[in-house]
Design a protein around this ligand. Structure first.
Ligand SMILES: *Cc1c(COP(=O)(O)O)cnc(C)c1O
Length: 398
């Protein structure tokens, strides 16, 4: 049978004339330098690529705060980097403690089970950070070889702010600590070496403000020894961290690297280095504080109490009688601002990652967000919300 060719619309008939402002839970807006780099294709091997990979690794060392040389990338989403970390450290019979705050941290547990691990879950109550003393109890009971945890649980907007304490416990009990920092990397402090973290996972499209599809994992010396001394071959050839070093450390072929995405990531990381981590964290804190205050001033409620609240993605409780999907769809169609719904909790989410944390983006978003509630018949005080945003952000040059 012959398949006839389809009639397709050109992209300019599908995409809106004015780009949507991406203020959801990722992907986030990308800087011009990242967009330009993403439009280039070069040889995936050779001197130029080797130099670019060298710079990506040294910038990653700064952004992860690690001296470990064991930084590798993967052509794939943040989830591929999660799987690369988990599958290389967990095999049949490995005892794993998975700290689960929600959707993404549970995905790490699921991956550990699929890798053959014997997985114990520590389920943290909604809207709370994990308590290190509970982790200690479980470490004493089960002596895990691997611990998985998320820094920021994007799905319900909670933060685990005691990673340092958990890292110290991992060191004391000789376990490898795997941290998912897909959402949070470069938005708030994470000190891989000082906090004794053994694997840090990140994606491109969130805190780093690059494109989706190219991700990084950094392994500590301790984790790398475990990866390297593994008995038997990893079943997933593409995710094999040892094979990845052919490209990431040897300048030779593993698979064809996502060249454009790597160039984009290089530019995104270069911008992080230019800004400095200190200034970047300050910008994120200030902008997120402005967002949170103005939402409360509008008359809406933040989902997570301050002590466990993630700054990088902010969850707003949907008032009863309103529907989260309707809010997201209205703000997108009428104000060309994209925000995120949720995977369960009664919230909508606004991101504060990378380029989302700019004063002009915040003013447009709060105006659009407040107006959406008024349009849908739920009264909020837009002028007061805008004023409180200005009060927090005035004189901020971001
Ligand atoms: C977005 C996200 C992921 C998954 O990233 P993908 O690129 O969608 O695979 C994992 N963990 C956290 C914390 C995230 O925010």
């Amino acid at each position: 049978m012959k398949i006839s060719r389809p009639q397709v619309k050109t992209l300019d008939r599908i995409l809106p004339e004015e780009p949507l402002l991406m203020m959801g839970a990722g992907p986030v807006p990308i800087p011009e330098a990242v967009a330009q780099a993403n439009g280039i294709v070069i040889n995936h091997l050779g001197e130029t690529m080797t130099e670019i990979i060298g710079q990506v690794k040294s910038m990653a060392g700064y952004i992860f705060q690690t001296e470990s040389p064991w930084i590798v990338g993967v052509a794939g989403p943040g989830s591929a980097a999660m799987e690369m970390a988990v599958a290389n450290l967990v095999w049949k019979g490995t005892r794993v403690l998975s700290i689960c705050n929600g959707f993404f941290s549970s995905r790490l547990a699921e991956m550990a089970v699929r890798s053959g691990g014997v997985v114990e879950k520590l389920t943290v109550p909604e809207s709370e950070s994990v308590d290190p003393s509970q982790v200690r109890n479980l470490l004493e009971q089960m002596q895990p070889e691997v611990i998985t945890v998320v820094q920021g649980e994007t799905s319900n907007t909670t933060l685990n702010h005691q990673l340092k304490e958990i890292g110290e416990l991992a060191k004391e009990f000789g376990a490898c600590l795997v941290v998912d920092a897909v959402c949070t990397l470069s938005t708030l402090p994470l000190n891989m070496d000082d906090w004794y973290i053994d694997a840090v996972i990140t994606g491109g499209q969130k805190g780093l403000s690059s494109i989706p599809g190219v991700s990084l994992v950094a392994f500590s010396e301790k984790a790398w020894t475990r990866v390297d001394q593994r008995e038997g071959l990893l079943p997933q050839w593409t995710l094999d961290a040892r094979l990845a070093t052919k490209f990431w450390h040897g300048g030779s072929y593993h698979y064809t690297a996502p060249v454009s995405g790597l160039l984009a990531l290089h530019e995104a990381m270069r911008l992080v280095c230019n800004e400095t981590l200190e200034k970047r964290f300050e910008r994120h804190e200030k902008c997120s504080e402005g967002l949170q205050r103005s939402i409360e001033t509008l008359g809406l409620e933040l989902y997570v109490p301050k002590r466990a609240r993630l700054n990088s993605v902010v969850g707003i409780r949907v008032p009863s009688g309103l529907d989260g999907k309707a809010i997201c769809s209205h703000i997108s169609k009428n104000y060309l601002v994209e925000i995120a719904g949720s995977f369960g909790p009664p919230i909508v989410r606004i991101g504060q990652m990378g380029e989302q944390c700019r004063v002009h983006n915040l003013f447009r978003t709060i105006h659009a967000f407040g107006s959406t509630f008024n349009d849908l018949g739920y009264h909020v005080d837009v002028p007061a919300g805008m004023a409180s945003l200005e009060t927090v952000l005035q004189y901020q040059k971001v």
